[in-house]
Design a protein around this ligand. Structure first.
Ligand code: ADP
Length: 212
């Protein structure tokens, strides 16, 4: 059994206790004049998660807000490079990402995650790791035909040729969010319009201006 196949909530040792730091999460957040939150982007491969998340980060930067993007491919190069695409490893992939996102939120940062995260149960699991109000599901809603036409990494072509198996939308299911906090339809919009829509929602929900 690999370490990541331990049961949920099972720790290696009972002797590990959480340390509270002298500077609180509230202190760190107020210094940044923002309310930290995780923007959990979900959508098919090629739907635009990374592209829009990057554009949102640029807009937030211009507004003087502190953010960090956890991108699927990048995380798999380091922290999660020991994980394959089996079901157990996919669950562990999401678990580690949500724990890392939670630490970033504790640091006062607005976190953006860009992973397909196709299953409702896994996204709900991620939501549970964060405190109430610190998790916003962002559905990047793009029809599969459009994603396949874009095919920015040539993955649909490979999946159709049978070179990749368990490919979401083709031979693995994508469970669409039923009630996402932010819902973006990309096919009739530019990247900039989609990113602006996300930032407007953040403003509307009160995450960007704490002092005013
Ligand atoms: P994902 O991260 O969901 O796999 P990517 O962001 O890597 O998707 O790729 C999306 C592709 O679609 C990019 O090549 C991007 O330029 C293109 N694209 C076209 N229109 C849009 C749009 N409105 N929003 C996001 N991406 C778009």
């Amino acid at each position: 059994m690999t370490v990541y196949e331990r049961k949920e909530n099972e720790s290696v040792s009972d002797d590990i206790v959480w340390h509270n730091s002298a500077v609180s999460n509230k202190d760190r957040a107020s210094l940044k004049n923002q309310t930290p939150v995780v923007l959990w982007f979900t959508g098919l491969s090629g739907s635009g998660k990374s592209t829009i998340a990057n554009a949102v980060e640029s807009l937030l930067f211009q507004l003087g807000k502190h953010s960090y993007l956890l991108d699927g491919d990048n995380v798999r190069h380091g922290l999660n490079k020991d994980l394959d695409f089996s079901n157990a490893a996919r669950v562990e992939n999401i678990r580690r990402i949500s724990e890392v996102a939670n630490l970033f939120v504790d640091s006062g940062t607005i976190v953006l995650t860009a992973f397909i995260s196709p299953f409702v149960a896994d996204r709900e699991q991620a939501r549970k790791v964060m405190k109430k109000g610190q998790f916003l599901e962002v559905f990047i809603d793009t029809p599969i035909e459009v994603c396949e036409q874009r095919d920015p990494k040539g993955l649909y072509k490979k999946a159709r040729a049978g070179e990749i198996s368990n490919f979401t939308g083709i031979d693995s299911q994508y469970e669409s969010p039923t009630n996402p906090e932010i819902h973006i339809h990309t096919s009739s919009k530019t990247v900039e319009q989609c990113a602006k829509q996300v930032v407007e929602k953040l403003k509307e929900f009160g995450y960007l201006d704490v002092s005013s």
